[in-house]
Design a protein around this ligand. Structure first.
Ligand SMILES: Cc1cc2nc3c(=O)[nH]c(=O)nc-3n(C[C@H](O)[C@H](O)[C@H](O)COP(=O)(O)OP(=O)(O)OC[C@H]3O[C@@H](n4cnc5c(N)ncnc54)[C@H](O)[C@@H]3O)c2cc1C
Length: 471
């Protein structure tokens, strides 16, 4: 039987018990609030490996969330199955009048939520979506003509103009939770997964992990972010992306602090996040197609060996290889390097950006369809506000500029450790005798360059000629 006094909060990518829009709304609307999470088999079954750091991260974050909710008289009910079926069934079982959830802008999530809302409605239960993961949602920042922005800077200006303290105020999450005998988090084995090296690669999940990173970044680095953020060998960025992905820290707190500290460059990155959420929501076709349709006419190379070398970090370009090995080792890659390797795949190797996007989606702990798609389409020039197609990153000058002493390269490509700074960005330029002397023979100890950048550049300009508008 439904109780007008109880509600269910369905957690998804918002794994915390504070400053949480759906939780706050439920606690205000109902006298007793149940909390649930579903390990959704529609998502899990599609993952390429049963050892997935994201699943491990979620599982550990749920344990912490469950503990926090229990301390407040509640607990987390965790189900394993199709969310579109589990949530309506659970809502029925608990007899709640409303299910609250924070909105998600990915096409498959929107579709799932439509199914859930329909099933609930057939049982007389309402479904209420809340804005939580963005400061401004999709239709909240529009051009003067009421259209979606497709260029970042005017979007950012409009975003800032609209912003008031109410937009980043904390959601009050005090209230009464329903204790539940159903609560408890299954082990990874129980959901068909295995433990990973999450801790070994330095990732601390949950609200506590987010808090530790945030405290460190806020105390020391946030003010120097603008100066340090482009150098992968330096600890300059926040490393918060996996926590933002799974909502173990609220975006509002980050924006509040960025404004208070005058950290404009960092705030800019948080605005890019909202921008790409908006793009995916308003232009869902980008999931499969170029934002600018004429870019779908490009004919990409069919080059499996080139793709495999890129994935493995064996292209012969040290910065590209170090970046790909960082990704393969840790599931994270520095933003400057994401741009460099994405440009290298699409413009030096001439391989379809969608293949790179897919590899990132499988490997990144912070994989987020909106930011990943936005980043790839930016690099391949097919996106909204992308770099022009004739702007092609030179992997050697990028390396000289952003890893001048090769510190980052040597960390991830140890076979180049002995190479002097002069040659670290393009080791094939060393003479044979020098190579022998250092014990780093190109082609034996480290690959020669898979393509010649200057020639690749010419091929790319020819390949992209199809997108030129007729004069
Ligand atoms: C090809 C490519 C793919 C990318 N794929 C992803 C992805 O799957 N998931 C992801 O979160 N970010 C992605 N990014 C954006 C960016 O590289 C990462 O957010 C950032 O490197 C994460 O490190 P950080 O948390 O230390 O970021 P910081 O530099 O400290 O930035 C703070 C936060 O701002 C947000 N942010 C920063 N840059 C961007 C951006 N360009 N677009 C959207 N949000 C941004 C992130 O949430 C990030 O955690 C991608 C960028 C490129 C070029």
């Amino acid at each position: 039987m439904q109780s007008i006094d109880s509600a269910l909060v369905w957690f998804r990518r918002d794994l915390r018990d504070h400053d949480h829009a759906a939780l706050s709304a439920a606690l205000q609307a109902a006298g007793r609030v149940h909390c649930a999470f579903v390990f959704d088999t529609d998502i899990l079954d599609a993952l390429p490996s049963r050892r997935d750091r994201r699943v491990h991260f979620i599982r550990e974050s749920l344990v912490e969330l469950d503990t926090a909710l229990r301390a407040r008289g509640g607990g987390l009910i965790v189900r394993h199955g199709r969310a579109s079926e589990e949530i309506p069934a659970l809502a029925h079982e608990l007899g709640v009048h409303t299910v609250f959830a924070n909105r998600d802008y990915e096409p498959s999530a929107k579709y799932r939520d439509t199914l859930v809302a329909r099933s609930l409605s057939e049982m007389g239960i309402s479904f209420q979506g809340c804005k939580d993961q963005a400061i401004f949602e999709c239709d909240e920042v529009l051009t003067q003509a009421g259209k979606a922005f497709s260029v970042f800077t005017p979007y950012k200006n409009a975003w800032l103009k609209r912003l008031t303290s109410a937009d980043y105020a904390r959601f009050d999450c005090s209230g009464v939770f329903a204790g539940s005998a159903l609560a408890g988090v299954p082990s990874l084995t129980e959901i068909g997964f295995e433990a990973t090296d999450l801790q070994e690669v330095g990732i601390q999940p949950g609200m506590s992990g987010a808090r530790a990173l945030w405290d460190e970044f806020r105390a020391g680095r946030i003010k120097r972010y603008g100066a340090l953020r482009d150098f992968p060998a330096i600890k300059g960025v926040s490393y918060l992306s996996v926590h933002l992905r799974f909502g173990t820290i609220p975006i509002r707190e980050l924006v509040r602090t960025a404004l208070a500290e005058g950290a404009d460059t960092w705030l800019n990155e948080l605005i890019w996040r909202d921008f790409y959420f908006m793009i995916l929501d308003r232009f869902p076709q980008v999931e499969r197609n170029a934002f600018k349709p004429e870019y779908d006419a490009i004919r990409w190379e069919n080059w499996p060996a080139g793709y495999a070398a890129w994935c493995a970090g064996r292209t012969g370009y040290p910065l590209v290889d170090a970046a790909m090995r960082q990704l393969n080792f840790s599931g994270w890659m520095h933003n400057r390097l994401r741009m460099v390797v994405a440009s290298f795949l699409s413009k030096d190797l001439g391989i379809d950006w969608r293949l790179g996007e897919k590899y990132f989606a499988d490997q990144l702990n912070d994989f987020d369809l909106s930011a990943n798609n936005g980043g790839w389409q930016w690099a391949a020039s097919s996106g909204c506000d992308a770099q022009p197609y004739f702007r092609i990153f030179n992997p050697i000058t990028q390396s000289e500029k952003f890893d001048p002493e090769g510190k980052f390269i040597r960390r991830y490509v140890p076979e180049l450790a002995a190479v002097p700074n002069k040659y670290i960005h393009a080791p094939w330029l060393m003479g044979r005798i020098e190579q022998e002397g250092l014990g780093v023979v190109i082609g034996r100890d480290y690959p020669g360059p898979i393509v010649d950048h200057a020639q690749a550049r010419e091929r790319t300009l020819a390949r992209y000629a199809v997108v030129k508008k007729p004069d």
